[in-house]
Design a protein around this ligand. Structure first.
Ligand code: MG
Length: 351
């Protein structure tokens, strides 16, 4: 009797579009290993990501706001889940591989630093040669997880993770082939990431009192919708329609919706990510991460992975430790190392 996996692989061949990636046709893993009896390759990768420690740490990493205490702000984990859900919605309609796009979405931000954008900028300055989160995401799944054996993911998931980021000026679609993910499933995550964050960051900025509903730019809101839900629906429909009309040669958006989405992102950069309130928080992140960077490099045997120190040097080991921290871990360690504990002497009677 054929294995359950073989049955599922056969089903992929029946129901997916010709342009979809297929588990049985994967370009393979960094190290060869036996296939699972039950789960095809991409499904197995999705599970490996969900079970890894870096994934659990996402719940205590800032999305935009510095170590927020409110329970309703997004964290990297809830952002990741929103990206995954939007990605699967698009993949399903286009008859592409839902679990491949889900695996890429769940892994895309594993390499994010504590303190969100601010933390990434600080680490970029501290680390000789710079830092960016998508390279660190790949390093986590290739090297750091599983006691430095890595998760040994398929080429398609690794390629998608490496190509999800757009930065401040990059476009989610229409990039030259060399700059985009090779699979359509990977390209979906790039556009779903932007769709998720331009909408939930508006919501969180309003929750924080940094934005009021009337502050949003009229033109893109007029086209995309007044609410987050309307806008996500509009963007998802647009991606599906534009990609279908391009016969699934690449993931596309219509020019109007793309322009409106990028306008919203520019607005968020000036009004939220780089506004004065956020700059105050940025200075705090600089102080904490800068202080920790010095201290952990002075005491590598206490804090750092000595295998990395030996193989790749002190800076690489310090980068891995710092980038892996959650917001609260970084704050706690900073307090332990830098803030003197109040001296509590013996109890004395007053009279
Ligand atoms: Mg993201």
């Amino acid at each position: 009797m054929p294995s359950i996996r073989k049955h599922l692989e056969a089903r992929e061949r029946q129901i997916l579009a010709p342009q979809a990636a297929r588990s049985a046709d994967t370009r393979g893993r960094l190290r060869e290993e036996p296939e699972d009896d039950v789960r095809p390759a991409f499904q197995r990768d999705r599970d490996r990501i969900v079970h890894c420690k870096a994934f659990r740490r996402l719940k205590h990493k800032t999305q935009v706001f510095f170590a927020p205490t409110g329970d309703h702000y997004r964290t990297r984990l809830t952002h990741t889940l929103e990206v995954s859900q939007i990605s699967r919605t698009i993949a399903k309609v286009l008859q592409l591989h839902e679990e491949l796009t889900e695996a890429i979405a769940l892994g895309h931000d594993l390499g994010h630093t504590p303190f969100g954008h601010a933390g990434e900028r600080v680490l970029d300055e501290l680390m000789p040669g710079g830092f960016n989160h998508y390279e660190q995401s790949l390093r986590i799944v290739d090297v750091l997880e599983n006691d430095r054996k890595g998760l040994n993911l398929t080429w398609e998931v690794r390629d998608g993770i490496a190509h999800h980021s757009k930065g401040k000026g990059g476009s989610p679609v229409g990039m030259p082939a060399s700059q985009r993910a090779k699979t359509l499933e990977g390209q979906i995550v790039r556009v779903a990431d932007l769709t998720a964050y331009v909408n939930h960051d508006i919501d969180d900025a309003q929750r924080a009192g940094i934005l009021k509903p009337g502050d949003l730019p009229k033109k893109p809101i007029g086209l995309l919708g007044q609410t987050s839900s309307e806008r996500i629906g509009r963007m998802v429909r647009d991606v599906v329609e534009a990609t279908f009309s391009g016969n699934l040669s690449e993931i596309r958006m219509s020019p109007d919706v793309l322009e409106a989405t990028l306008e919203l992102r520019s607005f968020l950069f000036s009004a939220v990510y780089e506004n004065e309130a956020a700059t105050v928080e940025f200075r705090k992140a600089t102080g904490i991460l800068g202080g920790l960077w010095e201290k952990i490099r002075e005491r590598p045997e206490e804090f750092l992975d000595l295998r990395t120190v030996a193989d790749e040097g002190l800076d690489a080991a310090a980068r891995d430790f710092l980038a892996g921290m959650t917001d609260r871990y970084a704050i706690n360690l900073y307090e332990t190392l830098f803030i003197p504990k109040p001296w509590a002497g013996p109890y004395e009677e007053i009279s």
